[in-house]
Ligand binder design. Structure first.
Ligand code: GRF
Length: 211
């Protein structure tokens, strides 16, 4: 049975979906939910699910390296096989990433390599993209740039605003991340692509064809 540590900074809806998925014949279980914010909603979710929680306030450390060193030591004590970043709003140092490389996953709300970083939904709308979605990838030192394990996409609706789009993508995230984690926990690293719908209301003649 694989042990999974989840790192999150906010409400943790993705963390919730991951925790809920790891039951019965799933090859992994959550061993820890960690947050850099002791007040983060994700910690309450974990407590409710009976999952161990820890937090370290990054502001109490003199440098990124010092915080990441303390985080590494804390994580190691829980012996995770896999780390899932789920809305963890801290950039991790290359040293930390190197220690967990190949074992740390992240979910990002865009069809990477498009739109690494923040404000992905607004940027997809601004670009008048036909499709948007989310990606799960292996974490490497470069932000949002590691090998992609899975993507889920949807067709952007006419007149959809960034909030509505974000909400629809978040629902896709809750499907994609558990799907990828289950496969990854079984040693499967070939990429999976999920399609939310096939209604491309803004599709242009040269639009990306359906996969
Ligand atoms: C998600 O959109 C995730 O892709 C991004 O941060 C958000 C976290 O949401 N990295 P939640 O805390 O899982 O609800």
């Amino acid at each position: 049975m694989k042990r999974v540590a989840i790192l999150a900074s906010g409400g943790g809806s993705n963390a919730g979906a991951l925790m809920a998925s790891m039951e019965s014949d799933h090859p992994a279980r959550t061993c820890l939910v960690f947050s850099n914010d002791a007040a983060a909603g994700v910690l309450n979710r974990a407590r409710t699910a009976g999952v161990p929680t820890e937090s370290l306030d990054h502001r109490a450390y003199p440098s990124r390296e010092a915080f990441d060193g303390a985080l590494h030591d804390l994580l190691t004590s829980y012996r995770p096989d896999i780390i899932c970043l789920a809305g963890f709003m801290r950039i991790l140092t290359p040293g930390f990433v190197g220690r967990w490389q190949g074992r740390m996953l992240n979910i990002h709300p865009s069809l990477l390599p498009a739109y690494p970083g923040l404000h992905t939904h607004a940027r997809a709308l601004e670009a008048r993209d036909t499709y948007h979605g989310c990606s799960v990838h292996i974490v490497t030192p470069e932000l949002d740039a590691g090998p992609i394990l899975g993507q889920a996409r949807l067709a952007i609706q006419p007149d959809e605003d960034a909030d509505a789009l974000a909400a629809r993508v978040l629902r896709l995230e809750h499907q994609l991340y558990p799907t990828v984690l289950r496969r990854f926990s079984s040693g499967e690293t070939d990429r999976i692509d999920l399609e939310a719908d096939r209604v491309a209301s803004r599709a242009q003649p040269d639009a990306q064809p359906d996969a």
